[in-house]
Design a protein around this ligand. Structure first.
Ligand code: GLV
Length: 319
C-alpha cells in the first residue's frame, strides 16, 4: 500500500509532482486555502507523513493522535511551530527547508534596511497624498549605508547571505552567535565576532537572523533598545517574538532609535496598533520567502525530504 502524506496548505503543485507520483497525497480541497488544526486532528492517525507550514502548530495533542506518523516535513527554515522534544520522544523525524529560504530572506532584510534608512516606503506613501510631500534639499533626510556598521544577531546561512549584500553596500560587519563562525568565513565576510553588548551598543543597524527559542525570546527588549544608538535601525526577518513589540513601538515613538523594518510580528498576523501609526517603521506581512520561485523550490524541498526519508537519501533533519 502507498504511503499517505497530508499537506496542510493548497500550495502550487509543481514542486510536489514527484511526491504525488509516488505516494497517496492529500491536499486541501481546491476552494480552500488550508486545512484547519481541527481538520488535521480528525484524520492525522491515517497518515505516514505530515507536510506542515511554518505557522501550523504540531503540538503534543496532534503528535499523540498521529499514531502512524513517521515524519513532519516543515515548509520553512524555522520550526518553532513544532514541539521538537516531544516529536523526538515519539520517534517522529522533523525536517526543514534551509536552502531555498536563505537568499530571498536576506534580500528581504536588505530591502527593509534600504527602505528604512532611505525612507523609501514613507516617501512613496506621502507622495501619493496631494500636498503631503516636501521636495526641499533638507526634507526626507535619511542615513547612508556606506561605511556604517551592520550588527548581525545570528550568523547562520541567512545572516551570512545578508552580510554579503551589506558588504556590497560598503557596510562593516560585526556579529554575535552562539559560537563564532570559522576564521575562513570571517575573512570572507570581513566579519568580526563581538559580544551581544558590543553588537547592540555600537551598530548602526542591528539585524535579527536567529531562531526563536527560550533563550532568544525578547532578546530585543526595553533595556536593549535603550542601549542602542539613537540613529540605529532594527531589522527583523526572523521571528516576531525575539522582539518585545510594545517596547519597540515605544522606542520608535520616542525616537530613542531611528527606525525599524519588520517582516515578522510578536503576535503572528496581528500587528500592534502602535506600530501602524508610526512613519519610522516599515512593515511587511511575513513575505521573506514570498516569491514565485521560492514557493516552488520549498515545495520541492519538503517533497524531497519525505521521499528521501522513506527511500533512503539526504534529508535536512532538525531532530
Ligand atoms: C519562514 O519564515 C521560514 O522559517 O522559512
Amino acid at each position: 500500500m502507498k504511503k499517505r502524506v497530508l499537506v496542510t496548505y493548497n500550495m502550487f503543485r509543481e514542486g510536489y509532482s514527484k511526491l504525488i507520483e509516488k505516494y497517496d497525497v492529500t491536499f486541501p480541497p481546491a476552494d480552500r486555502e488550508c486545512f484547519s488544526y481541527d481538520e488535521v486532528m480528525e484524520v492525522i492517525d491515517q497518515y505516514d507523513a505530515l507536510q506542515s507550514m511554518y505557522n501550523f502548530p504540531v503540538d503534543k495533542n496532534l503528535l499523540d493522535k498521529a499514531t502512524k506518523l513517521k515524519i513532519v516535513s516543515n515548509y520553512a527554515v524555522g520550526y518553532d511551530n513544532i514541539d521538537i522534544p516531544y516529536a523526538t520522544q515519539k520517534g517522529v523525524v522533523v525536517t526543514n527547508t534551509p536552502d531555498p529560504v536563505t537568499e530571498p530572506t536576506a534580500d528581504m532584510a536588505m530591502g527593509l534596511l534600504l527602505s528604512v534608512a532611505r525612507r523609501i516606503s514613507e516617501c512613496d506613501r506621502n507622495l501619493r497624498i496631494p500636498g503631503k510631500i516636501e521636495w526641499g534639499l533638507l526634507d526626507n533626510l535619511g542615513y547612508s549605508l556606506y561605511g556604517k556598521q551592520l550588527g548581525i544577531f545570528g550568523m547562520g546561512r541567512i545572516g551570512k547571505a545578508l552580510a554579503r549584500r551589506a558588504i556590497a553596500s560598503g557596510m562593516k560587519i560585526v556579529y554575535h552567535n552562539h559560537k563564532p563562525i570559522s576564521e575562513e568565513q570571517e575573512k570572507l565576510l570581513n566579519a568580526r565576532y563581538v559580544s551581544f553588548e558590543e553588537l547592540i551598543t555600537t551598530s548602526d543597524v542591528v539585524s535579527i537572523n536567529a531562531p526563536h527559542t527560550n533563550e532568544t525570546h525578547h532578546i530585543i527588549n526595553e533595556k536593549v533598545l535603550e542601549k542602542m544608538k539613537k540613529t540605529a535601525i532594527l531589522i527583523n526577518t526572523a521571528r516576531g517574538p525575539l522582539v518585545d513589540e510594545a517596547a519597540l513601538a515605544k522606542a520608535l515613538k520616542n525616537k530613542t532609535i531611528y527606525g525599524a523594518g519588520l517582516d515578522v510580528f510578536e503576535f503572528g498576523h496581528k500587528v500592534s496598533d502602535e506600530l501602524l501609526e508610526l512613519d519610522n517603521v516599515v512593515l511587511t506581512p511575513h513575505i521573506g520567502t514570498q516569491t514565485f520561485d521560492v514557493r516552488n523550490e520549498m515545495a520541492y524541498c519538503v517533497s524531497e525530504n519525505i521521499i528521501n526519508f522513506f527511500e533512503g537519501g539526504k534529508i535536512t533533519r532538525v531532530n
